[in-house]
Design a protein around this ligand. Structure first.
Ligand SMILES: Nc1nc2c(c(=O)[nH]1)N[C@H]1C(S)=C(S)[C@@H](COP(=O)(O)O)O[C@H]1N2
Ligand SMILES: [Mo]
Length: 359
């Protein structure tokens, strides 16, 4: 099978979706690396993100031996279900081989080692500092939530159980003008968020991920999960929740422009030869924080034409699981490109692609 130069020039690091990550589709899930876009001919989709110019141009990079088909029609389906296995999700237990967004974890510890400890101190500009076992509060919630890196490609989804941050805030006697909340980890890590924003989005103090109770060798195993917000804010091992009055409300950082509209193809490479006339299914996931995915788009002619499949009703707090089923009547080597389009009109700066053969 031929490999295009784009695949060879993959700019993506480790992708974390693996077999079984997408529920509801027949094929196992193996990520195909998405690739950086080489702006050889600046005639494609270009958008401006502040100081950045993002080009999603992909045409004319493929060699001539590929079979190109314009405007391929097929059956499209999507849902927003599915979870990423915990050992791939980020080092929620301090144990995964890969962390969600950064480098591989320094150390490997047996899964579930340590204590389940959900005590936090609540402090800052409040009348009286107090300590609470969050898992003892009685307004437990469970929710399926996406988690996406700010400066990298990985994204995942999990069913998390915890208590709204709001429950803890309500217990505090806030001084006048408190506008900021910071969840500090045992390691001192903490990212200030506007209190208003954290309450609006229903930030959760989480003690269970995909059915597994969180444990840690640090002081606490509680985690912050923030819907529609980058993983950067997902403090682990929360020991202190600080409610403060700041002169300026902190800004909420979003996904870097290059990593908007993340998309992955999940088809396995070893299942990439099909017979002419057969139904062929492609599947994968896409994610954007901030703007809902509005369509998944496919090209089988190196970006000259795109088949746009709307994802009506998709929300930004979860990923989009997609599948596209079609057939081809010419033998040859093919190259599919997939990208996601969001409601705000942006297409994936880093598209995903897949080579396959019809015979
Ligand atoms: N306590 C604590 N929580 C933390 C961090 C940290 O260094 N300490 N890193 C944050 C960052 S920057 C990210 S992207 C997510 C995922 O971190 P990981 O890439 O180390 O898995 O966890 C967040 N929570
Ligand atoms: Mo991060």
């Amino acid at each position: 099978m031929k490999r295009s130069q784009k695949i060879a020039s993959s700019a993506m690091g480790a992708l974390l979706l693996a077999s079984g990550a997408v529920a509801g589709f027949s094929n196992g899930i193996k990520p195909a690396p998405a690739q950086a876009d080489e702006p050889l001919s600046p005639t494609g989709v270009v958008h401006q993100e502040g100081a950045y110019t993002i080009s999603a141009e992909l045409a004319n990079l493929l060699d001539d031996s590929y079979t190109r088909i314009a405007n391929v029609q097929g059956a499209f389906e999507f849902n927003q279900k599915g979870t990423t296995p915990n050992d791939e999700l980020f080092n929620v237990f301090g144990t995964a081989i890969l962390s969600m967004c950064s480098k591989p974890a320094q150390e490997l510890v047996d899964a579930g080692e340590g204590q389940a400890n959900f005590f936090v101190n609540v402090s800052g500009d409040i009348q009286k500092t107090f300590s609470v076992d969050v898992s003892e509060l009685d307004d437990e919630q469970g929710v399926l939530m996406g988690c996406s890196c700010m400066t990298g490609s990985p994204f995942g989804q999990a069913y998390v159980v915890g208590v709204p941050l709001a429950s803890v805030v309500e217990m505090a006697d806030l001084e006048e003008g408190v506008n900021t909340v910071t969840a500090y980890g045992a390691d001192g890590f903490g990212q200030p968020l506007p209190l208003r924003y954290a309450l609006e989005k229903n930030a959760l103090l989480v003690y269970q991920v995909n059915g597994q109770e969180l444990k840690s060798t640090a002081d606490s195993s509680l985690q912050l999960w923030m819907p529609e917000t980058v993983a950067h804010y997902f403090t682990r091992n929360i020991v202190d929740i600080s409610l403060t009055r700041e002169a300026v409300e902190p800004e909420v950082q979003g996904v870097e422009p290059t990593y908007r509209n993340k998309i992955e193809i999940a088809n396995k490479a070893e299942e990439s030869t099909f017979s002419v006339g057969d139904q062929v299914s492609f599947e994968g996931v896409a994610d954007d924080l901030g703007s809902p995915i509005a369509a998944i788009e496919f090209s089988f002619d190196d970006g000259d034409t795109w088949t746009s499949c709307p994802t009506d009703g998709a929300t930004a707090d979860k990923w989009v699981n997609w599948s596209f089923t079609t057939s081809f009547d010419q033998p040859g080597d093919y190259h599919m490109i997939a990208r996601a389009r969001t409601a705000d009109g942006v297409v994936s700066p880093l598209s995903a692609s897949l080579d396959f053969t019809m015979r």
